[in-house]
Design a protein around this ligand. Structure first.
Ligand code: ZN
Length: 502
């Protein structure tokens, strides 16, 4: 083995040991969110803290940092895949070493505290209680951004934590295209929402939880989720986590509405299919890790929306659904499609339909960017929120609980995270369009329950690359176009035309 290969092998070994610790953390957190008895929460928090500190120590170990620097200095001698791992590791290491350990500690304590305050502030509809904490979070994130790179706008530096290579200026252009295209569509669904259609209730009725558990497993399995290397369980807020070779998804059930659990399951299955499609030979390295939050979200949204709300998908699924739930007897395919494509402006992001969802995100992007650049004061948030809701969606929350207090992201310190949701929608539509352009219309395959055609394409174009390319480059290579909202707008236009035709 050459000296270069030996050094690279040491890097992989170090990264894999870090991944083992991260996997153990994921397992403790998964357990905490699903089955942990309440009385064990305190010690669990301590265990998570201890393990997180051990992981941080490894990631900032001087010997590890020196190894990364040495490899980066000889990157010309590395083969292309080694060079990817070194490039991405170096990028993360350089960001981390800019931060004073004191600032790192202060920041994570602040986020934990502010999250706690947020829970009660939201419950009590008390924005004033959260405001000073939010002010501290914004201030700390600005300090973090300045420490990492004081020459660039602070928001860009924060955004890159979630979407490497993306800038506020390119998001601005993309979101401008999206917003201009969405506004007339929202006007159309507003008119439509005034005369609520009959089918919207087609997936409401009696759906026993045990039957839903079996049915959701069946759906995840048919979409391609590998239960030999994964699980489906339940949690209050659905999520996906990876524990080594084992990808765990969670959902939740409503015994009166089949959509509530089913679409959470399909969404998380999309995330899991990505994780299960990463190159197993590259595990623990950047090449074996997901590209970005936006790319991850594109995988969940594509299965949830492009596939899961289509006529073809329900042509396949409805017979199995009728068998599982007597309540569906007599419900037609047309009614079910109306139920899963029901749309109309609403106050809560997580309950928004496929069309208006993106405006909820653009609103948050506008606001968080202004908070970071200092042009918006925290005290003005509730008012600005209401104005923007009225402007974008024509509805206005009566309480801050249904307004600015609804999301945990800002108190939790995740600033620059929201755009990845809309980017996911944009990328998903581009990818689905590109897949159909390459393999031909997918309706017949989806209606026959043959999901492997589409999954195979995604594995080939997205999953197997890990972080080989940055998100914009990956989307451009996979679709032949730089990120553009046009395919998403066309997709939503077809959805609205369908709703209007009923
Ligand atoms: Zn997601």
């Amino acid at each position: 083995m050459s000296r270069v290969d030996q050094a690279y092998a040491r890097l992989v070994e170090a990264l894999r040991a870090q991944t083992d610790l991260a996997d153990a953390l994921h397992l403790l957190e998964w357990d905490q969110e699903t089955v942990l008895p309440a009385g064990a929460a305190e010690r669990r928090a301590r265990q998570i803290g201890t393990l997180a500190a051990a992981l941080h120590e490894r990631r900032t170990d001087p010997a590890f940092l020196t190894l990364v620097d040495e490899l980066a200095a000889i990157s010309a001698e590395l083969d292309p895949s080694q060079a990817v791992d070194v490039r991405e590791t170096k990028w993360h290491v350089d960001r981390a070493r800019c931060l004073d350990p004191e600032l790192v500690r202060e920041r994570s304590t602040l986020h934990a505290q502010a999250r706690g305050i947020w829970v009660t502030a939201r419950r009590d509809n008390d924005f004033a209680a959260l405001a000073p904490w939010l002010g501290r979070v914004i201030d700390t994130e600005r300090r973090v951004a300045t420490a990492i790179d004081q020459r660039r706008p602070a928001y860009d530096v924060l955004l890159e934590e979630f979407e490497p290579g993306m800038s506020a200026a390119s998001l601005d252009a993309l979101f401008q295209e999206l917003r201009t295209g969405l506004q007339p569509l929202v006007d159309r669904i507003q008119r439509k929402a005034n005369r609520r259609h009959r089918g919207a209730e087609a997936l409401c009725g009696a759906f026993p939880v045990n039957a839903q558990r079996r049915f959701n497993k069946l759906v995840a399995d048919r979409l391609g989720f590998d239960f030999n290397k994964g699980r489906l369980d339940e949690a209050a807020h659905p999520f996906t986590t990876t524990v080594g070779d084992d990808v765990r998804i969670t959902t939740r059930y409503d015994r009166r509405d089949l959509r509530y659990g089913l679409y959470a399951t399909i969404h998380e299955t999309g995330h899991a299919l990505y994780e299960q499609g990463l190159d197993p030979g590259a595990w623990g390295t950047p090449r074996g890790s997901a590209c970005s939050f936006g790319i991850h979200e594109s995988q969940s949204r594509l299965w949830e929306n492009q596939v899961g709300r289509s006529e073809a998908f329900w042509t396949h699924l409805l017979p199995a659904a009728r068998k599982a739930f007597p309540a569906l007897a007599g419900r037609s395919l047309g009614d079910v499609l109306l139920a899963v494509n029901d749309a109309g402006p609403s106050l809560i992001r997580t309950e928004a339909d496929e069309i208006t969802y993106n405006l909820h995100i653009i609103l948050r992007f506008d606001i968080e960017r202004s908070l970071i650049d200092g042009s918006l004061e925290v005290a003005a948030l509730p008012q600005v929120w209401r104005e923007k809701m009225r402007h974008y969606l024509g509805v206005e929350p009566e309480t801050d609980r249904d307004g600015v207090l609804q999301d945990v992201h800002w108190p939790g310190g995740s600033i620059g995270y929201f755009p990845s949701y809309a980017l996911g929608n944009v990328y998903a539509a581009q990818l689905f369009k590109a897949a159909e352009a390459e393999i031909g219309p997918l309706d017949a395959a989806l209606a026959a329950g043959e999901f492997t055609v589409l999954l195979g394409w995604l594995r080939q174009r997205i999953h197997r690359f890990g972080q080989t390319y940055r998100p914009v480059e990956l989307i451009t290579l996979a679709t032949g176009e730089t990120p553009t909202a046009r395919p998403l707008l066309d997709h939503l236009e077809r959805r609205i035309a369908f709703l209007e035709s009923t």
